[in-house]
Design a protein around this ligand. Structure first.
Ligand SMILES: Nc1ncnc2c1ncn2[C@@H]1O[C@H](COP(=O)(O)OP(=O)(O)OP(=O)(O)O)[C@@H](O)[C@H]1O
Length: 288
């Protein structure tokens, strides 16, 4: 399987925060959802993948190429969709097309006008008058109009209503049918990922905790419930985190098989949602 992006030992240091030694591969032809709590380092990582920020150390290869020698060739193949308005606010879509189109070898006016039509975007109104959803669609229309192979999006669904989000997920899914396109996007809305993601990359405190297929995540992670008498130093090793209450314990495991071997039928094992996984890995406090 080919990777459209490969990060090796990538580190970026800010005052008080570091993205630390990230190894990340983005598989070609799939949708990868990039999750993690506020401040985990997702945007920083995406910016490095877009060459908007330079890592202090490590290597980033996009489509097997390096930004140092192939910046233009790489950018040709990526459509970047930001959260919010990236265009000059006073410009309308016609102006933006005039500025952006010549920058891309594979710009396709027919595709641009098709999406403008499909998204019901006005060509002559200033972008600053667009709603958040319209701005997102405008940004996506431009990304799609140069036949980008990789669509990178930083929180594209933030602040959008549920119906719009659902339509967007449907649209993204449609874009995937020919098998050549890749989508990588960060989000806090894990239900969007249940709908379309093939892989989940999870960041926490500047580190990549995992990058697994959605099936692997479902197979490996589970919530376990049982009586407190079952817990001791040995049995607890099967858990990533345990919450104790007077009525029993609840825990997250990343090794369902080990839990089954250790506890047999004496515990209840339930599927963990992405939200459960994020919550437990973050070290949520016992609330019972
Ligand atoms: N240019 C910068 N200078 C200093 N610190 C920065 C800079 N950019 C980001 N940070 C810090 O890096 C940390 C990670 O930020 P980042 O935006 O990458 O997180 P995130 O996972 O995208 O968060 P969110 O989900 O809230 O958007 C934060 O603590 C942030 O304050």
């Amino acid at each position: 399987m080919e990777n459209v992006a490969e990060l090796k030992n990538v580190t970026k240091n800010f005052k008080g925060f570091s993205v630390n030694n990230i190894d990340l591969e983005v598989k070609q032809g799939f949708v990868t959802g990039f999750i993690g709590a506020n401040g985990a380092g997702k945007s920083t990582t995406i910016k490095m993948m877009m060459n908007l920020l330079r890592p202090e150390s490590g290597e980033i290869r996009m489509f097997g190429m390096d930004y140092k020698t192939h910046e233009k060739a790489i950018k040709e193949r990526i459509g970047f969709v930001y959260d919010g308005n990236v265009f000059f606010e006073g410009l309308n879509l016609k102006d933006i097309r005039r500025i952006v189109a010549p920058a891309y070898k594979h710009w396709d006016d027919a595709v641009f006008y098709r999406y403008v039509d499909q998204f019901e975007l006005p060509l002559n109104k200033a972008i600053k008058t667009f709603s958040k959803g319209m701005q997102m669609k405008a940004s996506l229309a431009i990304a799609l109009s140069h036949h980008a192979e990789l669509i990178m999006m930083d929180e594209p669904t933030a602040g959008l209503d549920p119906i719009f989000r659902r339509n967007l997920m449907d649209l993204l899914q449609d874009l995937m049918v020919d098998g050549s396109r890749t989508i990588f996007f960060s989000t806090h809305i894990t239900s969007d990922l249940d709908r379309i993601a093939d892989y989940i990359a999870f960041m926490q405190n500047g580190e990549l905790v995992f990058n697994q297929s959605i099936h692997e995540v479902a197979e490996n992670y589970a919530l376990v419930k049982g009586g407190l008498e079952l817990l001791d130093r040995d049995t607890e090793k099967d858990f990533v985190r345990v919450q104790r209450a007077s009525t029993g314990f609840k825990a997250l495991t990343d090794n369902v098989q080990a839990v089954e071997d250790t506890f047999g039928n004496s515990v209840v094992i339930e599927q963990a949602s992405l939200e459960d996984i994020m919550y437990y890995l973050k070290g949520g406090k016992s609330y019972v």
